[in-house]
Design a protein around this ligand. Structure first.
Ligand code: 9YT
Length: 130
């Protein structure tokens, strides 16, 4: 069994910061843990906008605090995000993620799992490291 406390991840190399500061991602489970997915807590900073296009991964995201929005780039649809709302990027959906009036706390699952310290490239993509 694996048991981890977020307090022991914050401030370590398992906490990854967006290059422009819009978010941080706390990697709670990674590929080496052998679960078949990675599991992160992400904080999206208030009043930010991030372009994301996970071409190599599927991601599900569950908002558990704060508020924000997600905009689908292919059709301009905007969805409000707050505690209790989940979205799944089942079609590798390119999107803008907006932090709202306060920081947003999200629980994220990636398939295939991230290996560790991946960060977004200039197109909002995580590279496939294998
Ligand atoms: C919700 C979201 O896409 N945030 C960006 C960071 C990413 N989800 C991660 O690596 O945790």
């Amino acid at each position: 069994m694996i048991v981890r406390d977020i307090k022991n991840i914050i401030g370590t190399d398992k906490e990854i910061h967006a290059k422009d500061g819009q978010w941080c991602s706390r990697r709670m489970l990674l590929k080496d843990d052998g679960m078949g997915y990675s599991f992160h807590e992400t904080i999206i900073r208030a009043n930010t906008k991030t372009h994301i296009h996970y071409q190599n991964h599927l991601e599900a995201v569950y908002c558990v605090g704060g508020n924000g929005k997600i905009e689908e780039i292919k059709n301009g649809k905007v969805h409000e995000l707050h505690d209790g709302v989940m979205y799944a990027l089942n079609e590798h959906d390119e999107h803008y993620l907006y932090g709202g009036t306060e920081d947003m706390r999200m629980i994220c699952v990636f398939n295939p799992p991230l290996k560790g310290t991946e960060n977004h490239d200039e197109n909002g993509v995580y590279p496939l490291e294998d």
